[in-house]
Every structure is written in C-alpha cells, then in structure tokens.
Design a protein around this ligand. Sequence first.
Ligand SMILES: [Fe+2]
Length: 156
Amino acid sequence: MKVRTKNTALCIWSDQLATHHPLIDSQHRELLVRINAFVSYCNQPHEFSFEEELEALNLVLYLLDYVIDHFSAEEKLMLECDYPAFLAHRHAHSEYIANLYHFREKFRVIGLDKEMEDYLNDKVVDWLVHHIMEEDVKIATHIENQPPIEYPEDLT
Ligand SMILES: [Fe+2]
C-alpha cells in the first residue's frame, strides 16, 4: 500500500477545543490522541509492508472503538438534560461513524492517495474539530445552565 508524501497536520489540544465539561473534555483529549496516532503512522512517506498496513488499520479501529464509546457517553448526557437538539446531534454522530467506516474500507483497498488524504483531512480530522467547537460546546453550556434539582419537601 502506497502512502502519500505530504504530511497531515496533527490535531493539537487547545483551549479553543475546551467545552469545560470535565468528562467530555477528557474524552475529546483521548480522541485526539487516537487520531494523532493514526495520522502520525501515516505521515511516514513510504510503501507500507503488509504488517504495517495491518497496524494502520488497527489504529483506525482503535479510534473507531473510542469514537463509539464517546458518542454514546455524550448521547447519555444529552438525554439526561433533555438536550433540545438531541436528534440532530445524534445524527451527526452517526454520520461521523459512517465516515470512519467508509475511510477504513477504502484505506484497506487503495491506501492513501490524494482523494483519501483529503477525506482524512476533511471528514475525519476537521469534521471532529468543528463538531467539538460548534456542537459539543452547546451540550456543555446546556448542562451548565440546568437549574439545580429541587427535591420535594419532606412532609413527614
Ligand atoms: Fe458530539
């Protein structure tokens, strides 16, 4: 499998990505670690051996695994606080999972040509960064703005 010679930028954590929800942020950091593990592996400009190809595919699975866990944790949080845009957000999550499956299948067959390199940048890395900055931050804000739980007075 041939890989391209151009490097894909790594995704570095910064305050711009912070939602200020501890669980969401810690899981996002882990997502970036896993995306970067794959991107770094692919940033080696040479023809992959069979073993290296398997390792690269495993790194995509390693990412996919965590993406599924993380999305499900976020969806649970949204349900718990009656997040109004739950369905649209969950739809976006499904789209990303489909992107990753698509990427993995094509990567397995054709490796990283120019088209796949663009796909990796746009649909895997940039998609996630924008989703975090534009959508996940809204969940965290919604949770933050929840009124405190009021317990019924004890009448006994
Ligand atoms: Fe999300």
